[in-house]
Design a protein. Structure first.
Length: 418
């Protein structure tokens, strides 16, 4: 909840997620709770769910305005409207031509959602700071050109757009000057970085340029990777550059070839296992995280078992497990569905296997020396592998300290300064 700069209006901004129907349901609940707590506040809903199904939120009596992902970047979109008002809105409904702002005039709310597929520019060098001034996230890419059958996100974010390297480098230099010790490059499909820019630079080339032109940056990470797009340049950086952190989060989604085909993923099970084996053969300390979906439509017990075995085959120590949820408007929602109780069981099996692998990984780090980026108070810092570590001695946030790992407390390592 915020008060606008002009000082007149209480404003509640809800940034919605469209990944699953459950996410949309929870967003609607949050809107109702927020309005009950501040009945005089204006409510503006934006984000991906607002982009792909604006009518859902426009029909809510609690909502005053719906903004698309392009419109939310314009401060003027949040100012009070002079017209049309709820009372004067026409009963007709229409959408303006491609690229123009569409207004659903029959809805009680003011809807401003343009055609996201017409957007060709990205918001340049967006950056948001987290972890008490220790880590910064820099957006280098937005949108997605792929059409996985379970995913609605391309219709919320549009086609892939990349931020020119010069803008990225300038932003990271400023962040380092402000005291950030680690930067994470983010994007909807970050490994698709570059083809839309002059010369079609790759993500690996961008990372090379960042490391070369920002020598004061101690630590660089990527938010997520599509394993099929780790080219030779990117491979050499990941395995050979000490300032690139040994932690990769892979967008695997499944470990069975038929499921991957029905998802319209671009890699096979064999390719996923092979790239992890190559990476760890050259840099054994690399920690692998991965997204996995349990209970994708048509998944049999054997297919589910193949995904389960992928956790061991790829040494996945940070598993993000998602029970499949059909998303309206996606091809997967029209496929034969797995019964919900079976989805829950398979998700539980994946989580348990991932936790076993994670506990063994953490136990193997006890007694080792690690370099930790500290956080404020007793919040755990993170090793280069992204293992969470709580220090016995308090440290100011944003320091990189050498630590001896002394034990495990729950899901967090403990350590003391070396």
């Amino acid at each position: 909840m915020r008060r606008l700069a002009h000082g007149q209006d209480d404003l509640i901004i809800v940034n919605s997620c469209a990944v699953t129907n459950e996410a949309v349901r929870q967003t609607r609940q949050a809107i109702r709770r927020a309005k009950r707590s501040r009945p005089d506040a204006r409510v503006i809903v934006t984000g991906c769910a607002a982009q792909v199904e604006p009518e859902t939120f426009a029909a809510m009596s609690e909502v005053d305005r719906v903004l698309g992902n392009r419109e939310k970047l314009d401060a003027a979109s949040f100012a009070p409207a002079s017209a049309p008002t709820r009372e004067s809105a026409s009963p007709s409904r229409g959408r303006e031509q491609r690229g123009a702002v569409a207004t659903l005039l029959s809805a009680p709310a003011d809807v401003r959602v343009s055609d996201i597929m017409a957007v060709r520019e990205t918001a340049p060098h967006l950056a948001a700071a987290y972890s008490e001034r220790s880590r910064a996230f820099v957006e280098v890419q937005n949108g997605c050109d792929h059409r996985c059958t379970f995913c609605i996100i391309p219709y919320g974010r549009g086609n892939s757009r990349s931020v020119p390297a010069g803008l990225v480098i300038d932003r990271i230099k400023r962040l380092v000057d402000e005291g950030y010790r680690e930067v994470v490059l983010t994007g909807v499909d970050v490994t698709s970085y570059g083809p839309d820019l002059p010369g079609a630079p790759s993500l690996g080339l961008l990372v090379e340029r960042i490391l070369r032109h920002v020598p004061a940056l101690p630590r660089l990470r990527l938010s997520s990777l599509d394993c099929i797009e780790i080219d030779d340049r990117m491979f050499e950086i990941v395995t050979g550059e000490p300032r690139f952190m040994p932690h990769l989060h892979m967008s695997f989604q499944a470990g069975d070839d038929m499921v991957l085909k029905r998802m319209k993923r671009r890699h096979s099970r064999r390719e996923a296992v092979a790239i992890v084996e190559r990476l760890k053969a050259k840099r054994p300390e690399i920690a692998i995280g991965a997204d996995l979906i349990a209970g994708f439509p048509t998944e049999t017990d054997k297919m589910a078992e193949n995904s389960l075995r992928l956790i061991d085959d790829c040494d996945i120590v940070m598993g993000h497990i998602f029970p499949f949820s059909p998303k309206k408007g996606t091809p997967a929602a029209r496929m034969p569905q797995v019964p919900p109780p079976l989805i829950k069981e398979r998700a539980r099996n994946l989580r348990e296997a991932s936790e076993r692998r994670r506990r063994a990984w953490l136990a193997g780090l006890v007694g080792s020396r690690q370099r930790i980026l500290t956080e404020r108070g007793d919040a755990p810092g993170h090793a280069e592998s992204f293992a969470p570590v709580r220090l016995a001695q308090s440290k100011d946030a944003g320091q990189i300290v050498d630590v001896v790992i002394t034990g495990i407390d729950g899901d967090v390592l403990t350590g003391r300064a070396a």
